[in-house]
Ligand binder design. Structure first.
Ligand SMILES: Cc1ncc(COP(=O)(O)O)c(C=O)c1O
Length: 444
C-alpha cells in the first residue's frame, strides 16, 4: 500500500526491492534518473549527471545512440518475438556470423543468452557437457578465482570470489569448486599503470590446485581477464599466459568471462586479443548491445561445437537455452551496435584516449584517502582506505557525494570505479576527476 502523502506525485519507492542496493538509505535520499542522452543522465529534478561509468560498463557508445534506437524501434515493429527453440529468425544468424567474423581465429559458434550471469552459467555447462561427451565424465570441478565476479546465478556465484556475494548463501554453492588466489597486492603493485610487473607466480597456484584435485577431475578454469567488479584488478604481466599454458597441459578448458572486457572496453573487440592469450570459451554480455537490450553471447571453438553434433539428427544436442536467447529486438540492438563500433572506429579511439585517462586518473594519487589507483583500457579504479570498523562507508559516501555534484561513479566497498564512454574527451575527463578530487577533499 502506498505510504505517500496525498498530492505527492513522485513514485512511491517502497514496493521495489532494488538489486545490490542499500534500499533503506536509497529510499531516504533517492538518486532517480529520468532520461539519458550521450554522456549524461538527467535526474527527476532536472540535474545533469555525467555518467563516468557508462551505464554499468555497458554503454560505451553513449546513451540513446540514434542508430541503435532506430534499429530497436524498427525491429520491435517488424518482429517483436519468436520462439527461441526449434525455430529461428534470420537476423540472429546474421549476428552470429558477424560475431564470428570479429572473433579471434578458431571461434566459430555462438550461443546466445540474456545476461552476463546466464553467459557464465552457460559456459560452465558447455564445459561440463563437452568433457562428458568426450568420455571424460569425471571432469566436473571448476576453478574460479578469489575476487572474481561471474554474476549471481548459482554457477557464477559458486565460481565467483567476492566474499559478500557468497556469505548469505552458505553451503548452497556448487560443491565442486576451488579458487585461485586473487592478484591484488598493494605492497608490490600499488599505483601500477596498466599491467603490474609483479605477480606472475599467482598463476602457478593453478599447478598446486591441479595436483591437489587431479587434472582428470577438473573441467574448467574461469577468470575475468581484468577483474572488474572487485575494483579493476589488472592481471600481472605473463599471468594469463601462464594460466593458458597450465590449462593446456592438463586438458582443462580455459573460460574468459569477458562480460566487461569484450566489445572494446580495453581497446580490442575481445579482451583476449589485447593480451594475446586465447581461451577456449569466451563469455560476453553488456557491450554487445551497448546495454540497450539485455543480451549475452558465449563463443566456442569448432572442436567444442562439433563434439555436441552427434546422435540422431532429430535430437536436441544441448539441453540448455533461454526463452529470450537471440531475442529479435536484442539482436537488432546488437547488429546496430556492431555497426557503430566499426563506423566510429571505436577500437582505435579507445586506444588513443587510454593514455589521457591513465594520466588524469593517476593524477589523483595525492588526493586524501587514496591508497591505490589501477587502470587498463578504459577501466579504472581508485581504492580508498576504509574507515576503521566501517568497511565500505567511505566509498558509499564518495559515490553519493559525486552524484550530488553531477557525476555518476560506481563504488565497490571503498573502491571507486570508472568506465568512461569510448568517445570521452580530455575535457570530460578533467571535469570528471575535478569532481572526484573535490569530493575526496570533502569527505572524512
Ligand atoms: C565479468 C562479469 N560476469 C558476469 C556478470 C553478470 O552479468 P549480469 O549482471 O548481466 O548477469 C558481470 C556483471 O557485471 C560481470 O562483470
Amino acid at each position: 500500500m502506498s505510504t505517500k502523502p496525498k498530492g505527492d506525485n513522485r513514485p512511491d519507492l517502497e514496493s521495489y526491492w532494488m538489486p545490490y542496493t542499500a534500499n533503506r538509505a536509497f529510499k531516504k535520499a533517492p538518486r532517480i534518473v529520468d532520461s539519458a542522452a550521450g554522456f549524461n543522465y538527467k535526474t527527476q529534478d532536472g540535474q545533469t549527471i555525467i555518467d563516468a561509468f557508462s551505464g554499468m560498463w555497458t554503454s560505451g557508445l553513449g546513451h540513446c545512440h540514434p542508430k541503435i534506437v532506430k534499429a530497436v524501434q524498427e525491429q520491435v515493429a517488424r518482429l517483436d518475438y519468436v520462439a527461441a527453440f526449434q525455430i529461428g529468425h534470420s537476423r540472429v544468424f546474421e549476428l552470429a556470423n558477424r560475431l564470428i567474423d570479429l572473433a579471434p581465429e578458431g571461434f566459430e559458434h555462438v550461443f546466445f543468452t540474456t545476461s552476463g550471469s546466464e553467459s557464465a552459467d552457460t559456459s560452465l555447462k558447455i564445459a561440463l557437457a563437452w568433457h562428458r561427451m568426450r568420455g571424460e565424465a569425471t571432469r566436473t570441478k571448476f576453478i574460479g578465482r578469489e575476487k572474481g565476479y561471474h554474476g549471481t546465478n548459482f554457477g557464477g556465484m559458486s565460481v565467483g570470489g567476492i566474499p559478500a556475494n557468497r556469505r548469505m548463501f552458505g553451503h548452497a554453492m556448487l560443491p565442486n569448486v576451488d579458487h585461485l588466489p586473487h592478484t591484488h597486492d598493494l605492497e608490490h603493485n600499488a599505483f601500477s599503470k596498466g599491467q603490474p610487473e609483479w605477480g606472475i607466480h599467482f598463476a602457478d597456484e593453478l599447478e598446486r590446485i591441479v595436483s591437489l584435485h587431479h587434472a582428470e577431475n577438473i573441467a574448467a578454469v574461469i577468470v575475468e581477464p581484468v577483474a572488474g567488479s572487485a575494483g579493476v584488478i589488472v592481471p600481472p604481466v605473463g599471468y594469463l599466459e601462464r594460466l593458458r599454458e597450465i590449462c593446456t597441459r592438463h586438458g582443462i578448458l580455459l573460460i574468459f568471462d569477458e562480460v566487461i572486457t569484450a566489445f572494446y572496453r580495453i581497446g580490442t573487440t575481445f579482451g583476449c586479443e589485447r593480451f594475446g592469450v586465447l581461451p577456449d570459451i569466451i563469455s560476453t554480455a553488456k557491450g554487445i548491445t551497448n546495454g540497450v537490450i539485455p543480451m549475452g553471447a558465449v563463443l566456442v571453438n569448432s572442436d567444442i561445437y562439433q563434439s555436441f553434433m552427434n546422435g540422431p539428427e532429430y535430437a536436441i544436442e544441448f539441453f540448455h537455452g533461454y526463452t529470450y536467447s537471440g531475442h529479435p529486438v536484442a539482436t537488432a540492438a546488437a547488429l546496430a551496435s556492431l555497426d557503430v563500433y566499426a563506423e566510429e572506429d571505436i577500437g582505435n579511439r579507445v586506444q588513443a584516449i587510454e593514455p589521457v585517462f591513465e594520466t588524469m586518473l593517476h593524477a589523483l594519487r595525492d588526493a586524501p584517502h587514496v591508497i591505490d589507483i589501477r587502470n587498463f583500457g578504459l577501466m579504472g579504479s581508485i581504492e580508498l582506505e576504509g574507515r576503521p570498523g566501517d568497511p565500505g562507508a567511505r566509498g558509499m559516501e564518495a559515490h553519493v557525494k559525486c552524484f550530488e555534484q553531477g557525476l555518476m561513479v560506481r563504488h565497490g566497498m571503498d573502491t571507486l570505479m570508472f568506465s568512461p564512454f569510448f568517445t570521452f574527451t580530455p575535457e570530460l575527463f578533467e571535469q570528471t576527476f575535478d569532481i572526484v578530487r573535490k569530493v575526496l577533499n570533502e569527505i572524512d
